[in-house]
Design a protein around this ligand. Structure first.
Ligand code: HEC
Length: 178
């Protein structure tokens, strides 16, 4: 009994003293610590984290899109569709993903065997041409997605062509070429 108490007191004292002297440093000092998303996703040193958004648009993705589509790009089944493997995100008609981000997207859709009927808000007033180009390039090249980059001038072009639009797109409209 007495031995147990002595051991317990020693343990507590050990933890206390080491804590004071900084033995248990911030978890960020751990050489294996990987900052979720930001540093690695932005291309900063070390091996890239394949579960995170990659490239210059990763910051915008994580702050504006990941709340719904998740940092993994997998979305939430039946609520927010996945961007991983998304044909619309990776479409050769780049006006499709650009129109979605500029003006928003709603209505019934089927993706990967699940039905969605959500509302994605427009980003035309919140994000610049450059930011939309970067975030879409990130979406098109992260998590195994593999579609060419989108440039700011492409976004500017679609923005100008759809300038009078005041409502979100639905799937049927997106499938009609601009
Ligand atoms: C508030 C939640 C929300 C946020 C934030 C959001 N989205 Fe969405 N997104 C949705 C929903 C919901 C849909 C599907 C709409 C529907 O059901 O018709 C969607 C659809 C999409 C699609 C089409 C996917 C497909 O395969 O049809 C793309 C591409 C997309 N979003 C990109 C983005 C990007 C890029 C951002 C950040 C700039 C973003 N989203 C932010 C909710 C969101």
């Amino acid at each position: 009994m007495r031995v147990t108490i002595v051991v317990a007191v020693c343990c507590i004292a050990f933890i206390f003293v080491n804590n004071l002297s900084g033995f248990f440093k911030s978890y960020k000092d751990d050489p294996h610590w990987v900052e979720p998303y930001s540093a690695k996703a932005a291309g900063g040193g070390g091996a890239p984290n394949p579960g995170a958004a990659q490239g210059a648009g990763a910051g915008v993705f994580n702050s504006k899109c990941a709340a719904c589509h998740q940092g993994s790009g997998k979305g939430m089944p039946g609520i927010y569709p996945p961007l991983v493997g998304s044909e619309f995100a990776q479409n050769a008609d780049i006006s499709i993903p650009i129109r979605i981000v500029l003006h928003g997207y709603q209505g019934k859709i089927q993706r990967a065997g699940k039905e969605y009927n959500g509302v994605m808000t427009p980003w035309k007033d919140a994000l610049s041409d450059e930011e939309i180009a970067q975030v879409l390039t990130t979406v098109r090249s992260s998590w195994g997605n593999n579609a060419p980059a989108i440039e700011a001038k492409d976004v500017a072009d679609i923005r100008a062509k759809t300038a009078t639009r005041g409502t979100s797109y639905n799937e049927a409209e997106l499938l009609k070429p601009l």
